[in-house]
Design a protein around this ligand. Structure first.
Ligand code: SF4
Ligand code: SF4
Length: 421
C-alpha cells in the first residue's frame, strides 16, 4: 500500500473553537497566485478601496482576480514573503477600519438556481483558488465540455498539524453539504464523495447526522496515511480510477473543504475571498489555534497575539512535509492553510548516502529519489527517471537515515525537466 503513517499532532487544534484576528493596521495583498505574477493593477497609490473590491488581475490562461480584504487607502507597493519562501510584490492598503464593502453580482436566494455560466462567472469573480495549498483557479476545474461524473470533496488533510478543513466541516456542515448539492445540480454531476480519514470518528459521526437528506452525497473513509490527500492517490482509493495528467480526463473534479465553503459564500452572499482559516501550531507555540485572518495580513502582526516557548524556532508556511521555511514577513494568501513554529534543532548531522533505498520505497510517485539526486546534472537520465512526477511530498527527506534533504534535489530535478519541456 502506498502511504506512510505519520504522527498527526491534530489534537493540538482540532477540537478548539476558531478564534479571529481581523484588525490589521495594513494588509499586503500579494500580486501573485501559484507561479502567475503577471498582474495588472486596477488601483494606485492614494486611491480609496472597498473591502471585497477587485484591485488587480492576474493575466494569462490562469486568470485570477485579486481582492482587497479591507477598506482603506492604497499606500504603495512593497515586497513581502510568499508561502514558497520567495519575495512577492504586494499592494499595501492602510486600514480605515470601516469595513466598507463593495457589493457585486446579482445574488440568488437559492444557490442551486445559478446557471452553469453564472456559476463559472461567480467563481472567477470571487477569486476562488484551491485553498488546500494547490492555488489552482477553481473556475477552470469546472470550465470543461467533458461530462463531470464525480465530485470528490477532499477532507483528508493528510499532513500533520493541519486541521482547518476538519474544523470547517464541523462548524459549517450544513453549508458545505448544501453547496456540494448545488454544485452537483448546476453542473449535472452524478455522484459526490466526501472523503475523510477513518480515524476522525467524531467528525464522521457528526456528518452522519446531517448527510441523510443528501442521499447522492456519499461519505467515504480512507486510511490514515500520508499523502492520502494527494489527488491521484485519493481518486484511486475512493473510486478506483487512474488518470494520465488531470482528473477531468476521467470526468472527476476534486475540491477541498475550504474551497467548497468559499464557493458557498460567493454563491450565497457575493463574498469574494478576503479571509480564511489557518492552523497556527507547532512545538514552540504555547497555545496552538485555528484562526480566521484576512488575506494580506502580515505574519509578524499575527505573532503579536501568540506566546512562544523559550528557544529558537523555524517558521514553516504549510505543513511540515510540504511546507517551506519562511520569515515573519510572510503574507497570508488564499491558499495558505497552516503556519508552524517548530524548534530549530542544531544537532542534525547530514552524512553520506548509504544506498539503503528507503527513499525509493516510500515515494508515492514511484520514483527513485536517490538516483534522481545522483543524476541531477544529466537531463536525459532525469527524463528517464520521470523526475517531473515529483509531488514534493517530502517523504524521501523524512525517511532518510543520513538526514539528506532528498526532496530539495528531486524538486530541482522536477523543475529542470519541466522547464526543458
Ligand atoms: S518528494 Fe518527490 S521524490 Fe520525494 S518521496 Fe515525494 S514524490 Fe517522491
Ligand atoms: S534514504 Fe537517504 S541514505 Fe537511503 S538511499 Fe535514499 S538518499 Fe541514500
Amino acid at each position: 500500500m502506498v502511504g506512510y503513517k505519520l504522527n498527526g499532532y491534530k489534537n493540538l487544534t482540532k477540537d478548539k473553537s476558531v478564534v479571529s484576528y481581523l484588525t490589521p493596521d495594513k494588509v499586503y495583498i500579494p500580486l501573485k497566485n501559484g507561479s502567475n505574477e503577471d498582474s495588472t493593477e486596477l488601483v494606485s497609490k492614494g486611491n480609496h478601496v472597498f473591502k471585497n473590491m477587485h484591485i488587480a488581475h492576474l493575466k494569462g490562461p490562469l486568470k485570477i482576480n485579486i481582492i482587497s480584504s479591507i477598506s482603506g487607502k492604497v499606500i504603495g507597493i512593497e515586497e513581502k514573503t510568499f508561502f514558497n519562501g520567495q519575495k512577492v510584490k504586494c499592494l499595501v492598503i492602510e486600514n480605515d477600519y470601516k469595513e466598507d464593502i463593495e457589493n457585486n453580482a446579482s445574488l440568488k436566494k437559492n444557490i442551486t438556481s445559478y446557471s452553469k455560466e453564472e456559476f463559472l462567472d461567480c467563481l472567477l469573480d470571487a477569486g476562488i483558488v484551491g485553498m488546500g495549498g494547490a492555488s489552482f483557479p477553481t473556475y477552470i476545474k469546472y470550465s470543461t465540455d467533458k461530462k463531470i461524473k464525480t465530485l470528490i470533496i477532499n477532507a483528508v488533510e493528510c499532513e500533520p498539524y493541519i486541521t482547518t478543513d476538519y474544523r470547517m466541516l464541523f462548524d459549517y456542515t450544513e453549508e458545505i453539504l448544501e453547496t456540494i448539492d448545488a454544485i452537483m445540480k448546476i453542473n449535472k454531476i452524478d455522484n459526490a464523495i466526501l472523503a475523510i480519514k477513518k480515524t476522525h470518528k467524531s467528525l464522521i459521526n457528526h456528518i452522519n447526522n446531517y448527510i441523510g437528506s443528501y442521499d447522492h452525497i456519499i461519505l467515504k473513509t480512507v486510511p490514515n496515511l500520508y499523502p492520502m490527500g494527494w489527488e491521484r492517490l485519493l481518486i484511486e482509493k475512493t473510486i478506483g480510477v487512474e488518470y494520465d495528467k488531470l482528473p477531468i480526463e476521467q470526468g472527476i473534479v476534486v475540491n477541498n473543504v475550504s474551497t467548497i465553503y468559499a464557493i458557498y459564500e460567493a454563491l450565497k452572499y457575493g463574498k469574494r475571498v478576503t479571509e480564511r482559516i489557518i492552523t497556527f501550531s507547532g512545538d514552540m507555540l504555547v497555545e496552538p489555534v485555528n484562526m480566521l485572518v484576512k488575506t494580506g495580513t502580515l505574519l509578524k502582526d499575527i505573532m503579536k497575539e501568540f506566546k512562544f516557548k523559550k528557544g529558537n524556532f523555524n517558521i514553516i508556511a504549510g505543513g511540515p512535509m510540504m511546507g517551506s521555511i519562511v520569515d515573519d514577513d510572510l503574507v497570508i494568501s488564499p491558499s495558505l492553510n497552516c503556519v508552524l513554529f517548530l524548534e530549530k534543532k542544531c544537532d542534525v548531522e547530514v552524512t553520506e548516502c548509504i544506498r539503503c533505498g528507503k527513499c525509493a520505497k516510500v515515494c508515492p510517485a514511484r520514483l527513485s529519489p536517490v538516483l534522481i539526486k545522483d543524476y541531477l546534472k544529466d537531463i536525459t537520465m532525469l527524463k528517464k527517471l520521470k523526475a517531473d512526477n515529483c509531488i514534493s511530498c517530502g517523504l524521501c527527506s523524512y525517511i532518510c537515515p543520513s538526514n539528506i534533504d532528498v526532496r530539495s534535489y528531486t524538486e530541482k530535478a522536477r523543475d529542470i525537466v519541466r522547464k526543458a519541456g
